[in-house]
Design a protein around this ligand. Sequence first.
Ligand SMILES: [Zn+2]
Length: 56
Amino acid sequence: MAMTHTDPVCGMQVDERHAGAKSTYRGQTFYFCMKACKEKFDANPEKYYNPGGLAR
Ligand SMILES: [Zn+2]
C-alpha cells in the first residue's frame, strides 16, 4: 500500500516515495510533486495550509 498525500499547491496525489520535495509546517509534513510546488508553498504556507482539507 502506497502512502499518498495531496500536494497542497496543485492538488495532485503524491506518493511519499516519489515525492519531488517535502516540507514541514506547523509540525505537519507536506509532500509535493516537484520542487516548484514546494517553493510556492514555502513562500506562502498560510495560503495553502488547510488543516481539515488535508485530512486524508
Ligand atoms: Zn504539485
